[in-house]
Ligand binder design. Structure first.
Ligand code: ZN
Ligand code: CU
Length: 490
Protein backbone atom coordinates (compact mmCIF):
# COMPACT_ATOMS: atom_id res chain seq x y z
CA UNK A 1 0.00 0.00 0.00
CA UNK A 2 1.21 3.48 -0.75
CA UNK A 3 1.73 5.86 2.11
CA UNK A 4 -1.29 7.95 1.04
CA UNK A 5 -3.61 5.01 1.38
CA UNK A 6 -2.65 4.93 5.06
CA UNK A 7 -3.48 8.56 5.68
CA UNK A 8 -6.67 9.47 7.50
CA UNK A 9 -8.31 12.76 8.35
CA UNK A 10 -8.99 11.40 11.80
CA UNK A 11 -7.20 8.46 13.40
CA UNK A 12 -8.39 7.18 16.77
CA UNK A 13 -5.77 4.81 18.15
CA UNK A 14 -5.60 2.49 21.13
CA UNK A 15 -9.36 2.12 21.64
CA UNK A 16 -11.66 -0.61 22.85
CA UNK A 17 -13.86 -0.97 19.78
CA UNK A 18 -17.50 -1.80 20.48
CA UNK A 19 -18.99 -2.22 17.03
CA UNK A 20 -22.74 -1.94 17.79
CA UNK A 21 -23.63 -5.49 16.77
CA UNK A 22 -23.42 -6.87 20.29
CA UNK A 23 -20.15 -8.68 19.43
CA UNK A 24 -17.39 -8.70 22.05
CA UNK A 25 -15.25 -5.56 22.24
CA UNK A 26 -11.74 -5.73 20.82
CA UNK A 27 -8.69 -3.52 21.02
CA UNK A 28 -7.80 -1.53 17.92
CA UNK A 29 -7.82 1.71 15.98
CA UNK A 30 -10.23 3.40 13.61
CA UNK A 31 -9.57 5.65 10.62
CA UNK A 32 -11.93 8.26 9.16
CA UNK A 33 -11.72 10.14 5.86
CA UNK A 34 -14.16 12.96 5.37
CA UNK A 35 -17.42 11.62 6.85
CA UNK A 36 -16.80 7.87 6.57
CA UNK A 37 -15.00 5.13 8.46
CA UNK A 38 -12.33 3.85 6.06
CA UNK A 39 -10.47 1.31 8.17
CA UNK A 40 -10.51 -0.32 11.56
CA UNK A 41 -8.36 -2.92 13.25
CA UNK A 42 -4.66 -2.86 14.07
CA UNK A 43 -3.82 -0.04 11.60
CA UNK A 44 -0.04 -0.11 12.02
CA UNK A 45 1.61 2.55 9.88
CA UNK A 46 -1.49 4.74 9.62
CA UNK A 47 -1.30 8.44 10.28
CA UNK A 48 -4.06 10.98 10.83
CA UNK A 49 -4.29 14.72 10.25
CA UNK A 50 -6.01 14.60 13.63
CA UNK A 51 -4.62 11.90 15.86
CA UNK A 52 -6.45 10.82 19.01
CA UNK A 53 -4.99 8.41 21.55
CA UNK A 54 -8.07 6.82 23.08
CA UNK A 55 -6.07 5.53 26.04
CA UNK A 56 -7.89 2.20 25.86
CA UNK A 57 -11.32 3.79 26.37
CA UNK A 58 -14.44 2.59 24.55
CA UNK A 59 -15.13 3.73 20.99
CA UNK A 60 -18.67 3.01 19.79
CA UNK A 61 -21.01 4.15 17.02
CA UNK A 62 -22.77 7.37 18.01
CA UNK A 63 -25.99 6.68 19.88
CA UNK A 64 -29.35 6.91 18.13
CA UNK A 65 -32.05 8.45 20.31
CA UNK A 66 -35.11 6.78 18.79
CA UNK A 67 -37.67 8.66 20.83
CA UNK A 68 -37.32 12.42 21.00
CA UNK A 69 -39.32 15.61 20.89
CA UNK A 70 -36.39 17.52 19.41
CA UNK A 71 -38.28 18.78 16.33
CA UNK A 72 -37.80 22.42 17.25
CA UNK A 73 -34.75 21.96 19.51
CA UNK A 74 -32.81 21.17 16.31
CA UNK A 75 -33.64 24.73 15.23
CA UNK A 76 -33.72 26.60 18.55
CA UNK A 77 -30.66 24.92 20.14
CA UNK A 78 -28.70 23.55 17.18
CA UNK A 79 -25.71 22.72 19.37
CA UNK A 80 -27.93 19.99 20.89
CA UNK A 81 -25.85 19.98 24.12
CA UNK A 82 -28.34 17.81 25.98
CA UNK A 83 -27.86 15.05 23.40
CA UNK A 84 -24.26 15.27 22.20
CA UNK A 85 -23.13 15.40 25.85
CA UNK A 86 -24.54 11.85 26.13
CA UNK A 87 -22.93 10.57 22.93
CA UNK A 88 -26.10 10.86 20.87
CA UNK A 89 -25.41 11.60 17.19
CA UNK A 90 -28.86 10.96 15.63
CA UNK A 91 -32.31 11.83 16.96
CA UNK A 92 -35.69 10.56 15.75
CA UNK A 93 -38.25 13.36 16.00
CA UNK A 94 -42.02 13.65 15.64
CA UNK A 95 -42.98 11.13 18.32
CA UNK A 96 -46.22 10.62 20.27
CA UNK A 97 -48.34 12.06 17.44
CA UNK A 98 -46.67 15.45 17.71
CA UNK A 99 -44.52 16.91 14.93
CA UNK A 100 -43.53 20.40 13.85
CA UNK A 101 -44.61 19.57 10.28
CA UNK A 102 -46.82 19.45 8.33
CA UNK A 103 -49.12 21.87 10.13
CA UNK A 104 -50.51 25.30 9.33
CA UNK A 105 -52.16 26.69 12.47
CA UNK A 106 -53.14 30.20 13.55
CA UNK A 107 -53.74 29.75 17.28
CA UNK A 108 -51.80 28.38 20.25
CA UNK A 109 -51.51 24.65 19.40
CA UNK A 110 -53.54 22.32 21.62
CA UNK A 111 -51.65 20.29 24.26
CA UNK A 112 -49.51 18.24 23.86
CA UNK A 113 -48.47 19.96 20.61
CA UNK A 114 -47.39 22.90 22.76
CA UNK A 115 -44.70 20.69 24.33
CA UNK A 116 -42.60 21.18 21.20
CA UNK A 117 -43.77 24.65 20.20
CA UNK A 118 -46.15 27.19 21.72
CA UNK A 119 -45.96 29.61 18.82
CA UNK A 120 -48.18 28.79 15.83
CA UNK A 121 -45.64 30.50 13.56
CA UNK A 122 -43.04 27.92 14.59
CA UNK A 123 -44.80 25.10 12.71
CA UNK A 124 -44.08 24.24 9.06
CA UNK A 125 -47.01 23.79 6.68
CA UNK A 126 -44.90 21.60 4.39
CA UNK A 127 -42.72 18.76 5.57
CA UNK A 128 -40.24 19.43 2.75
CA UNK A 129 -39.74 22.97 4.12
CA UNK A 130 -38.94 21.62 7.57
CA UNK A 131 -36.28 19.29 6.17
CA UNK A 132 -34.79 21.93 3.88
CA UNK A 133 -34.63 24.36 6.81
CA UNK A 134 -32.45 21.78 8.60
CA UNK A 135 -30.39 21.38 5.43
CA UNK A 136 -29.71 25.12 5.36
CA UNK A 137 -29.18 25.53 9.10
CA UNK A 138 -27.78 22.19 10.18
CA UNK A 139 -27.74 21.15 13.84
CA UNK A 140 -24.95 19.25 15.57
CA UNK A 141 -26.78 15.90 15.33
CA UNK A 142 -28.43 14.05 12.49
CA UNK A 143 -32.22 13.87 12.50
CA UNK A 144 -34.83 11.42 11.26
CA UNK A 145 -38.25 13.05 11.23
CA UNK A 146 -41.69 11.51 11.55
CA UNK A 147 -45.14 12.93 10.86
CA UNK A 148 -47.38 13.18 13.93
CA UNK A 149 -50.99 12.04 13.66
CA UNK A 150 -52.15 14.72 16.12
CA UNK A 151 -50.42 17.40 14.05
CA UNK A 152 -52.25 16.11 10.96
CA UNK A 153 -55.53 16.17 12.90
CA UNK A 154 -54.95 19.69 14.20
CA UNK A 155 -54.53 20.80 10.58
CA UNK A 156 -57.44 18.89 9.07
CA UNK A 157 -60.22 18.91 11.69
CA UNK A 158 -62.15 21.87 13.07
CA UNK A 159 -62.71 20.03 16.34
CA UNK A 160 -60.52 17.24 17.64
CA UNK A 161 -63.03 15.48 19.86
CA UNK A 162 -64.48 13.32 17.10
CA UNK A 163 -63.33 10.81 14.46
CA UNK A 164 -62.13 12.29 11.17
CA UNK A 165 -64.62 12.12 8.30
CA UNK A 166 -63.55 10.20 5.21
CA UNK A 167 -62.79 13.50 3.47
CA UNK A 168 -60.59 14.54 6.40
CA UNK A 169 -58.84 11.17 6.42
CA UNK A 170 -58.14 11.62 2.70
CA UNK A 171 -56.76 15.12 3.33
CA UNK A 172 -54.51 13.84 6.13
CA UNK A 173 -53.37 10.96 3.98
CA UNK A 174 -52.47 13.37 1.19
CA UNK A 175 -50.34 15.41 3.61
CA UNK A 176 -48.73 12.25 4.91
CA UNK A 177 -47.89 11.00 1.41
CA UNK A 178 -46.35 14.35 0.51
CA UNK A 179 -44.29 14.22 3.69
CA UNK A 180 -43.09 10.68 2.99
CA UNK A 181 -42.07 11.75 -0.46
CA UNK A 182 -40.08 14.61 1.09
CA UNK A 183 -38.28 12.13 3.35
CA UNK A 184 -40.35 11.57 6.49
CA UNK A 185 -39.52 8.16 7.93
CA UNK A 186 -42.89 7.30 9.40
CA UNK A 187 -46.11 8.20 11.16
CA UNK A 188 -46.41 8.46 14.92
CA UNK A 189 -49.60 8.43 16.93
CA UNK A 190 -50.42 9.59 20.44
CA UNK A 191 -53.83 7.98 20.88
CA UNK A 192 -53.51 8.60 24.63
CA UNK A 193 -53.69 12.37 24.12
CA UNK A 194 -56.80 14.57 23.80
CA UNK A 195 -56.23 15.55 20.13
CA UNK A 196 -56.28 11.86 19.13
CA UNK A 197 -58.31 9.90 21.69
CA UNK A 198 -61.42 10.24 19.53
CA UNK A 199 -59.65 8.70 16.55
CA UNK A 200 -60.83 5.14 16.00
CA UNK A 201 -58.34 2.41 15.11
CA UNK A 202 -59.65 2.45 11.52
CA UNK A 203 -58.59 6.08 11.07
CA UNK A 204 -55.02 5.17 11.94
CA UNK A 205 -55.08 2.07 9.73
CA UNK A 206 -56.20 4.16 6.74
CA UNK A 207 -53.30 6.55 7.27
CA UNK A 208 -50.79 3.81 8.04
CA UNK A 209 -51.55 2.18 4.70
CA UNK A 210 -49.68 5.09 3.09
CA UNK A 211 -46.57 3.89 4.91
CA UNK A 212 -46.49 0.50 3.25
CA UNK A 213 -45.59 1.72 -0.22
CA UNK A 214 -43.02 4.16 1.10
CA UNK A 215 -41.57 1.39 3.31
CA UNK A 216 -41.92 3.68 6.30
CA UNK A 217 -42.88 2.69 9.83
CA UNK A 218 -45.47 3.41 12.47
CA UNK A 219 -44.58 4.37 16.04
CA UNK A 220 -47.11 4.84 18.80
CA UNK A 221 -47.69 6.28 22.22
CA UNK A 222 -50.50 3.85 22.79
CA UNK A 223 -54.04 4.66 23.82
CA UNK A 224 -53.51 3.17 27.28
CA UNK A 225 -50.30 2.21 29.07
CA UNK A 226 -52.05 1.42 32.34
CA UNK A 227 -55.04 -0.84 33.08
CA UNK A 228 -55.69 -1.52 29.39
CA UNK A 229 -52.11 -1.92 28.23
CA UNK A 230 -52.68 -5.35 26.64
CA UNK A 231 -55.74 -4.09 24.72
CA UNK A 232 -53.61 -1.21 23.47
CA UNK A 233 -50.88 -3.62 22.40
CA UNK A 234 -53.50 -5.58 20.46
CA UNK A 235 -54.71 -2.38 18.81
CA UNK A 236 -51.13 -1.54 17.80
CA UNK A 237 -50.57 -5.02 16.38
CA UNK A 238 -53.81 -4.76 14.43
CA UNK A 239 -52.72 -1.47 12.87
CA UNK A 240 -49.42 -3.04 11.83
CA UNK A 241 -51.13 -6.16 10.51
CA UNK A 242 -53.88 -4.45 8.53
CA UNK A 243 -51.63 -1.75 7.10
CA UNK A 244 -48.79 -4.27 6.68
CA UNK A 245 -46.18 -2.03 8.24
CA UNK A 246 -43.65 -2.43 11.03
CA UNK A 247 -44.79 -0.92 14.33
CA UNK A 248 -42.71 0.44 17.21
CA UNK A 249 -44.22 0.76 20.67
CA UNK A 250 -42.94 3.97 22.21
CA UNK A 251 -41.63 4.18 25.79
CA UNK A 252 -43.12 0.84 26.76
CA UNK A 253 -44.31 0.81 30.37
CA UNK A 254 -46.99 -0.54 32.68
CA UNK A 255 -48.26 2.56 34.44
CA UNK A 256 -50.05 2.75 37.78
CA UNK A 257 -49.55 0.68 40.90
CA UNK A 258 -52.30 -1.77 39.93
CA UNK A 259 -50.22 -2.69 36.87
CA UNK A 260 -46.82 -3.09 38.50
CA UNK A 261 -45.27 -6.35 37.37
CA UNK A 262 -47.34 -6.69 34.25
CA UNK A 263 -44.35 -6.25 31.92
CA UNK A 264 -43.85 -10.02 32.29
CA UNK A 265 -47.19 -10.39 30.51
CA UNK A 266 -46.74 -7.57 27.96
CA UNK A 267 -43.26 -8.69 26.89
CA UNK A 268 -44.50 -12.24 26.47
CA UNK A 269 -47.28 -10.92 24.24
CA UNK A 270 -44.84 -8.79 22.22
CA UNK A 271 -42.48 -11.74 21.88
CA UNK A 272 -45.25 -14.05 20.64
CA UNK A 273 -46.53 -11.44 18.18
CA UNK A 274 -43.05 -10.91 16.78
CA UNK A 275 -43.26 -14.45 15.39
CA UNK A 276 -45.99 -13.19 13.06
CA UNK A 277 -45.31 -9.50 12.32
CA UNK A 278 -42.69 -6.88 12.98
CA UNK A 279 -42.96 -5.20 16.38
CA UNK A 280 -40.25 -3.03 17.89
CA UNK A 281 -40.19 -1.05 21.14
CA UNK A 282 -38.23 1.56 23.02
CA UNK A 283 -37.87 2.41 26.69
CA UNK A 284 -36.32 5.10 28.91
CA UNK A 285 -34.44 4.14 32.08
CA UNK A 286 -36.56 5.83 34.78
CA UNK A 287 -39.64 5.06 36.88
CA UNK A 288 -41.12 8.49 36.19
CA UNK A 289 -42.64 9.76 32.95
CA UNK A 290 -43.23 13.32 31.84
CA UNK A 291 -45.82 15.05 29.73
CA UNK A 292 -48.46 17.78 29.87
CA UNK A 293 -49.95 18.37 33.30
CA UNK A 294 -53.51 17.16 33.23
CA UNK A 295 -55.88 16.02 35.97
CA UNK A 296 -56.33 12.71 34.10
CA UNK A 297 -52.67 11.86 34.64
CA UNK A 298 -52.85 12.13 38.44
CA UNK A 299 -54.53 8.82 39.21
CA UNK A 300 -51.59 6.64 38.13
CA UNK A 301 -48.88 8.71 39.83
CA UNK A 302 -47.49 8.43 43.36
CA UNK A 303 -45.69 11.78 43.03
CA UNK A 304 -45.93 14.67 40.57
CA UNK A 305 -43.31 17.37 39.97
CA UNK A 306 -44.18 20.43 37.89
CA UNK A 307 -41.83 20.76 34.88
CA UNK A 308 -43.17 24.09 33.55
CA UNK A 309 -46.18 26.35 33.94
CA UNK A 310 -47.25 29.37 31.93
CA UNK A 311 -49.24 31.20 34.68
CA UNK A 312 -46.86 30.07 37.47
CA UNK A 313 -43.34 29.69 36.10
CA UNK A 314 -42.02 29.73 39.68
CA UNK A 315 -43.73 26.37 40.28
CA UNK A 316 -41.32 24.51 37.96
CA UNK A 317 -39.31 21.94 39.90
CA UNK A 318 -41.74 21.83 42.86
CA UNK A 319 -43.94 18.96 43.98
CA UNK A 320 -47.58 19.39 43.05
CA UNK A 321 -48.67 18.39 46.56
CA UNK A 322 -46.53 21.12 48.14
CA UNK A 323 -47.93 23.72 45.78
CA UNK A 324 -51.50 22.61 46.54
CA UNK A 325 -50.73 22.73 50.30
CA UNK A 326 -49.24 26.22 50.01
CA UNK A 327 -52.31 27.41 48.17
CA UNK A 328 -54.66 25.54 50.51
CA UNK A 329 -56.45 23.83 47.61
CA UNK A 330 -56.94 20.29 46.33
CA UNK A 331 -54.38 19.03 43.80
CA UNK A 332 -57.02 19.11 41.04
CA UNK A 333 -57.55 22.81 41.70
CA UNK A 334 -53.77 23.38 41.73
CA UNK A 335 -53.54 21.67 38.33
CA UNK A 336 -56.30 23.92 36.98
CA UNK A 337 -54.42 27.03 38.18
CA UNK A 338 -51.06 25.84 36.82
CA UNK A 339 -52.12 24.88 33.30
CA UNK A 340 -50.93 25.19 30.57
CA UNK A 341 -48.20 23.22 32.31
CA UNK A 342 -46.09 20.10 32.26
CA UNK A 343 -45.48 17.44 34.88
CA UNK A 344 -43.19 14.60 35.87
CA UNK A 345 -45.15 11.57 37.04
CA UNK A 346 -43.76 8.78 39.20
CA UNK A 347 -45.88 5.88 38.03
CA UNK A 348 -43.73 2.83 37.25
CA UNK A 349 -42.18 -0.10 38.99
CA UNK A 350 -38.38 -0.41 38.92
CA UNK A 351 -38.65 -4.16 38.24
CA UNK A 352 -40.73 -3.45 35.12
CA UNK A 353 -38.26 -0.83 33.89
CA UNK A 354 -35.43 -3.33 34.26
CA UNK A 355 -37.35 -6.19 32.64
CA UNK A 356 -38.27 -4.02 29.63
CA UNK A 357 -34.72 -2.65 29.31
CA UNK A 358 -33.30 -6.18 29.36
CA UNK A 359 -35.75 -7.47 26.72
CA UNK A 360 -33.47 -8.19 23.73
CA UNK A 361 -35.62 -6.23 21.26
CA UNK A 362 -35.85 -3.00 23.30
CA UNK A 363 -34.13 0.11 22.02
CA UNK A 364 -33.22 3.10 24.17
CA UNK A 365 -35.11 6.35 23.63
CA UNK A 366 -34.96 9.36 25.94
CA UNK A 367 -38.42 10.91 25.41
CA UNK A 368 -36.76 14.07 26.74
CA UNK A 369 -38.69 17.36 26.56
CA UNK A 370 -36.10 19.96 25.54
CA UNK A 371 -38.21 23.09 26.09
CA UNK A 372 -39.32 22.38 29.68
CA UNK A 373 -37.93 24.82 32.23
CA UNK A 374 -37.38 22.01 34.76
CA UNK A 375 -37.19 18.92 32.51
CA UNK A 376 -37.27 15.27 33.46
CA UNK A 377 -33.59 14.22 33.87
CA UNK A 378 -33.96 11.73 31.01
CA UNK A 379 -33.29 14.65 28.64
CA UNK A 380 -29.64 14.83 29.77
CA UNK A 381 -29.10 11.42 31.33
CA UNK A 382 -30.72 8.54 29.47
CA UNK A 383 -27.80 6.98 27.58
CA UNK A 384 -25.07 7.25 30.24
CA UNK A 385 -27.60 5.93 32.78
CA UNK A 386 -28.20 2.77 30.74
CA UNK A 387 -24.45 2.29 30.23
CA UNK A 388 -23.28 3.19 33.74
CA UNK A 389 -26.12 2.38 36.08
CA UNK A 390 -27.97 -0.48 34.41
CA UNK A 391 -25.16 -2.21 32.51
CA UNK A 392 -22.03 -1.64 34.61
CA UNK A 393 -23.37 -1.14 38.14
CA UNK A 394 -26.40 -3.44 38.13
CA UNK A 395 -25.07 -5.90 35.53
CA UNK A 396 -28.43 -6.04 33.76
CA UNK A 397 -26.64 -6.75 30.46
CA UNK A 398 -23.16 -6.44 28.99
CA UNK A 399 -21.69 -3.16 27.80
CA UNK A 400 -21.75 -4.51 24.23
CA UNK A 401 -25.46 -5.29 24.56
CA UNK A 402 -26.18 -1.83 26.01
CA UNK A 403 -24.41 -0.25 23.03
CA UNK A 404 -26.31 -2.50 20.59
CA UNK A 405 -29.62 -1.23 22.01
CA UNK A 406 -28.51 2.34 21.19
CA UNK A 407 -26.81 1.76 17.82
CA UNK A 408 -27.06 -1.40 15.70
CA UNK A 409 -30.60 -2.28 16.74
CA UNK A 410 -32.18 1.15 16.16
CA UNK A 411 -30.26 1.56 12.89
CA UNK A 412 -31.81 -1.63 11.59
CA UNK A 413 -35.30 -0.80 12.92
CA UNK A 414 -35.22 2.66 11.32
CA UNK A 415 -33.65 1.55 8.05
CA UNK A 416 -30.32 3.33 8.57
CA UNK A 417 -28.11 1.06 6.51
CA UNK A 418 -24.89 3.03 6.98
CA UNK A 419 -25.08 4.08 10.64
CA UNK A 420 -25.15 2.38 14.01
CA UNK A 421 -22.09 0.23 13.26
CA UNK A 422 -18.34 0.52 13.36
CA UNK A 423 -17.67 -0.78 9.86
CA UNK A 424 -15.73 0.28 6.80
CA UNK A 425 -17.98 2.50 4.69
CA UNK A 426 -20.28 3.46 7.56
CA UNK A 427 -20.81 7.11 8.50
CA UNK A 428 -18.30 8.36 11.06
CA UNK A 429 -20.77 8.98 13.89
CA UNK A 430 -18.69 8.06 16.92
CA UNK A 431 -18.53 8.33 20.69
CA UNK A 432 -15.45 7.84 22.83
CA UNK A 433 -16.29 7.17 26.48
CA UNK A 434 -14.80 5.78 29.66
CA UNK A 435 -16.76 2.64 30.64
CA UNK A 436 -15.53 2.95 34.25
CA UNK A 437 -16.59 6.56 34.64
CA UNK A 438 -19.69 6.91 32.50
CA UNK A 439 -22.80 7.82 34.49
CA UNK A 440 -25.76 10.17 34.30
CA UNK A 441 -25.48 13.22 36.54
CA UNK A 442 -28.88 14.78 35.82
CA UNK A 443 -31.30 14.32 38.72
CA UNK A 444 -34.93 15.22 39.40
CA UNK A 445 -33.62 18.17 41.44
CA UNK A 446 -30.87 19.26 39.02
CA UNK A 447 -31.98 17.93 35.65
CA UNK A 448 -29.81 19.97 33.30
CA UNK A 449 -26.52 18.41 34.35
CA UNK A 450 -24.29 16.85 31.67
CA UNK A 451 -23.33 13.22 32.18
CA UNK A 452 -19.81 12.15 33.15
CA UNK A 453 -17.45 9.94 31.18
CA UNK A 454 -18.11 11.07 27.59
CA UNK A 455 -14.69 12.05 26.17
CA UNK A 456 -15.46 13.06 22.59
CA UNK A 457 -18.28 12.76 20.08
CA UNK A 458 -18.07 12.98 16.28
CA UNK A 459 -20.94 13.44 13.82
CA UNK A 460 -20.19 12.71 10.16
CA UNK A 461 -16.49 12.77 10.98
CA UNK A 462 -16.50 16.11 12.80
CA UNK A 463 -16.04 16.64 16.51
CA UNK A 464 -19.12 18.11 18.19
CA UNK A 465 -18.34 17.51 21.90
CA UNK A 466 -14.94 17.46 23.55
CA UNK A 467 -13.74 17.90 27.14
CA UNK A 468 -17.18 18.69 28.50
CA UNK A 469 -18.23 21.31 25.96
CA UNK A 470 -19.67 21.61 22.48
CA UNK A 471 -17.14 22.46 19.78
CA UNK A 472 -19.54 24.70 17.86
CA UNK A 473 -19.52 22.43 14.79
CA UNK A 474 -22.89 21.65 13.19
CA UNK A 475 -22.25 18.68 10.92
CA UNK A 476 -25.68 17.04 11.38
CA UNK A 477 -27.93 16.09 8.49
CA UNK A 478 -31.65 15.76 8.02
CA UNK A 479 -31.66 12.15 6.88
CA UNK A 480 -34.34 11.14 4.42
CA UNK A 481 -36.18 7.85 4.41
CA UNK A 482 -33.77 5.21 3.25
CA UNK A 483 -35.36 2.09 1.87
CA UNK A 484 -36.61 0.94 5.21
CA UNK A 485 -35.90 -2.74 5.14
CA UNK A 486 -38.48 -4.45 7.25
CA UNK A 487 -36.33 -6.49 9.61
CA UNK A 488 -37.24 -10.15 9.69
CA UNK A 489 -39.77 -11.15 12.33
CA UNK A 490 -37.18 -13.14 14.27
ZN1 ZN B 1 -45.27 9.60 24.46
CU1 CU C 1 -42.83 10.97 23.66
Amino acid sequence: MSRDSNRADLLIRNATLIDGSGAAARHGSLAVRDDRIVALGTLDGWTGATDVDAGGKALAPGFIDVHTHDDRALIANPGMDCKVSQGVTTVVTGNCGVSLAPLAIDRRPPPPLDLICEDPAGFFADFADYLSFLDREPPATNALAQVGHSSLRAGALDSLDRPATSAEVAAMRGKLEESLEAGAIGLSTGLFYPPATAAPTEEVIELAKALRQAKALHTTHMRDEADHVTESLEETFRIGREAQVPVVISHHKCAGQANYGRSAETLKLIGATREKQHVGLDVYPYVAGSTMLDADCLADASRVVVSWSIPHPEAAGRDLEDIAADWGVAVEEAVARLTPAGGIFFMMDEADVQRILAFPHSMVGSDGLPHDSHPHPRLWGTFPRVLGHYSRDLGLFSLEEAVRKMTGLPASEFGLTDRGRLAVGAAADLVLFDPEEIIDAATFDAPKTPARGIREVWVNGRSVWRDGATTGARPGRALRLQSLTVPSAA
